[in-house]
Design a protein around this ligand. Structure first.
Ligand code: NAD
Length: 496
């Protein structure tokens, strides 16, 4: 096997090693013996250099007209489109999800590039009236300054694109730290931005893990932290940003539910549930980890769900026909196994799976069987906590109101779904479910870039990525008053 390549950080437009000279390996989760490369294990000194570069680049970048910024983003999107297959293959190798899904991940970054590039010709503010004569009032958007972007591994290009492109279009400069499990996809994205003509120092890439992220959160010159990841880490990030009055946007976990009413198209609901629960090996913040099925159809739903799920082909995501890849790493495998034990101890019935997947070609990867629990009390830990693996619970309900109550009995509030042919029920669900996203007759997964993305309760802290709302995260409002009366006019005092 060829010696794994050594990759570098990107700071001030130059590719450089970590100052400590330390590195970490990037491992293929489908084959733990395959090292895809070594990446700089960056410390506070590297973060510091990256922040300095971003700070130096800011005064010039903020003056580049937004349509010009958009043109660079558009070019990056076109380059990604050209290299979509190559990028998807690399992503499957380092992240594990199947090619069909990594193509989707790259496509989402392309969509975001196209969408945000156009935003360069909008970035709308408002004009409004003044309470005084001969006075004009308007609002404009200002960049925030140096931003720190911290991302997880489950969407290695899509999630960075939700942060980097909106942040760029607003005129910010930034330090970007991807997850240590997917450093290569992030690096490819930065190479593409460099090729698209992004000026030096505008985006700086520092690879690394917890201590790299901590150094960013603590850095006094970083004005904004945009974080996507677990609730535990998000809370730490928020505490620190709170103490230091840093702007902070958090996108965190979910415990997403699908409701299936007895009048639903059953085949469609099952297809959606299987995809929602086991797509991306359940490692999506929007994964369907609770399925509420109305009593009358519960047993037929369960039977068909099991039949369909048992056929899922597990394996290396690069192989044709494989439907479910491995979990991301050893720790995640342990976490999922532990939750299966917790579920059993709590008294839930393990209907399917619950073990690492075995078989030819699976020996060296972090594969896990699609897992289903029934006889689950909605208060059990497996029905309350985010597992982030191919594990879901099937729970019966009698009345629509019971389903809504159980769906909302969660500390999270990201995504939700209802399958029903009754438009009134669907509208009630839209009204009553406490979540940032509700799908009617579709699974809990399937975000589109031009709509706000995020959740309520412990899923977030009130921001939304995607859509125009992403721009709100990365810009500050300025109110502007132009007085053309030629005299001193006092608001609230000199009014007619
Ligand atoms: P994680 O919280 O462990 O790590 C996320 C990122 O934070 C990584 O880059 C990590 O290196 C960094 N980090 C870790 N500790 C840090 C610290 N103390 N200070 C600063 N940075 C630190 O999450 P993960 O395991 O990479 O991702 C899985 C989680 O992400 C799940 O909870 C999932 O629901 C969530 N997620 C949420 C969304 C969303 O938009 N709501 C999308 C995808 C994933």
């Amino acid at each position: 096997m060829a010696k794994p390549q050594q990759y570098l950080n990107f700071i001030a437009g130059r590719w450089v090693s970590a100052k400590s000279g330390k590195n970490f390996p990037n491992i293929n989760p489908a084959n733990r013996e395959e090292i895809l490369g070594f990446f700089p294990d960056s410390g506070p000194e590297d973060v510091n250099a990256a922040v300095q570069a971003a700070e130096s680049a800011f005064p010039e970048w903020r003056l580049v007209p937004p349509p010009g910024r958009g043109e660079i983003i558009l070019k990056a999107g076109l380059l990604m489109k050209e290299r979509k297959e190559e990028l998807a293959r690399l992503m499957t190798q380092e992240m594990g999800k199947v090619l069909r899904e990594t193509r989707g991940d790259v496509q989402e970054a392309i969509d975001m590039a196209y969408f945000i590039a156009g935003e360069g010709r909008r970035l709308f503010g408002k004009t409004t009236t003044s309470e005084l004569r001969d006075k004009f009032a308007m609002t404009i958007r200002m960049p925030v300054g140096v931003c720190g972007l911290i991302t997880p591994w489950n969407f290695p290009m899509a999630i960075p694109s939700w942060k980097i492109f909106p942040s760029l279009i607003c005129g910010n400069t930034m330090v970007f730290k991807p997850a240590e499990d997917t450093p290569l996809s992030a690096l490819k994205m930065i190479e593409i931005l460099e090729e698209a003509g992004l000026p030096k120092g505008v985006v700086n890439l520092v690879q690394g893990g917890v201590k790299t992220g901590e150094a960013m959160v603590r850095h006094p010159k970083i004005r904004l932290i945009s974080f996507t990841g677990s609730c535990e880490v998000g809370r730490l990030v928020a505490e620190h940003c709170g103490k230091n009055l840093k702007r902070c946007s958090l996108e965190m976990g979910g415990k997403n539910a699908q409701i299936v009413m007895e009048d639903a198209d059953l085949d469609l609901a099952i297809e959606g549930a299987v995809w929602g629960a086991y797509g991306t090996t359940g490692q999506r913040c929007t994964a369907t980890s609770r399925i509420f099925v109305q009593e009358k159809i519960f047993s037929s739903f369960k039977k068909s769900f099991l039949e369909r799920s048992r056929k899922i082909k597990i394996g290396d995501g690069l192989k044709e026909g494989v439907e479910m890849g491995p979990l991301i790493n050893e720790a995640q495998l342990k976490r999922v196994r532990d939750y299966v034990e917790i579920g059993k101890k709590e008294g839930a019935k393990l209907e399917m799976g619950g073990e690492p997947a075995r078989g030819k070609g699976l020996e060296k990867g972090f594969f896990f069987e699609p897992t289903l629990f029934t006889e689950v009390d909605p208060k059990m830990r497996i029905a309350q906590e985010e597992i982030f693996g191919p594990v879901t619970c099937l729970i019966p309900f009698k009345r629509f109101e019971d389903a809504i109550r159980m769906v909302n009995d969660s500390s999270y509030g990201l995504s939700s779904s209802i399958y029903s042919r009754d438009v009134n029920r669907a509208m009630e669900a839209i009204r009553d479910i406490e979540a940032g996203i509700t799908y009617i007759n579709g699974p809990t997964i399937g975000a589109e870039v031009h709509l706000p993305f995020g959740g309520v309760k412990n899923t977030g802290n009130g921001h939304r990525e995607g859509g125009e709302t992403a721009i709100d995260i990365f810009s500050e409002w300025k109110s502007v008053f132009v007085d053309y009366s030629g005299k001193l006019q006092k608001a609230q005092i000199d009014v007619d």
